[in-house]
Write a protein that binds this ligand. Sequence first.
Ligand SMILES: *Cc1c(COP(=O)(O)O)cnc(C)c1O
Length: 352
Amino acid sequence: MSRFWSPLVEKLVPYVPGEQPKGQTFIKLNTNENPYGPSAKVLEAIQAATGDELRLYPDPVAGGLRDSIAASFGLTREKVFAGNGSDEVLAHAFNAFFTGKPRIVFADITYSFYTTYCQLFGVEYTTFPLNETFEYDLDDYQGPCGGVVIANPNAPTGIALPLEKIEQVLKQNSDVVVIVDEAYVDFGAESAVRLVPRYENLLVVQTFSKSRSLAGARVGFAVGQPHLIEGLNRVKDSFNSYPLDRLALVAAKAAWEDAEGFEQTRSKVIASREKLAGQLAELGFSSLPSATNFLFVSHSSVPAAELQAGLRARGILVRHFSKPRIENWLRISICTDDECRALVRALQEILQ
Ligand SMILES: *Cc1c(COP(=O)(O)O)cnc(C)c1O
């Protein structure tokens, strides 16, 4: 507390990111980074951009990157917005479409940044509980409301909704913006990007942090009809004209165009996920069906907090949320084969 804080800052409860440890070498399975680094092509592109031109500001409209993303979806750049991580894109979207509107709606168990942005921008919200198996009941999502936010696949549960269900939400809420946060879509869900031409209220948000191995570069984007993208640009240009630096722009463009590197790491992650789910089941864990690069698991006899502490003592970080309904669950990011072996060994030890 400080007497210099504004009343708004006094009341903020900031989002708490997963730990990024320094010094000690942990196996990091707590923030859903890609276990595999960027490809040689991406690293070469970054190196090629490391020179005298860093004294110049980057392209304020991120034209090259937006063209590249748009082209792969058969769209033009007017339908694509790029920002400093999808967190920033989401923040701008809340500000552009929800501030000053009626209550927005989202699930009780979902990405916790949504409530943080609501506080920051003074947006009221209502949450609808997922059912006992952590699935959506979309009958809840029938207006009136000021907007809808759905993470698909959802986090931290990992469960994906089929595209018809997303379409149902779009139709049930045709007068407000529906944000579909697809941070994990490449690991097993169907993207709503192809619905963009048909729904003027749809904004799809994706990130380079997970499936494109670039969490350290901070790049995210949104796809929507030009009137929505223009709303985002109005906020962006009232906040920071250059949210993406030169290195991030070239890294993201190279990663987007490196279809082979993307396919390779994505399929390895999916295969490791299925294998790890089987191994954890043998140890007495239940896991939700994951369409992401993490597993959300709960053990039949040992509390999640205890497992998390035991893993930490053995040099492995996983994520535990001390929140109602999920306090006995752990979110474990999918890892390399060596890391998976270390994880299973550590769990066997703890459970003995
Ligand atoms: C990781 C994540 C994001 C944010 O990713 P950025 O690194 O900011 O691009 C957004 N939504 C969900 C559900 C996430 O898990």
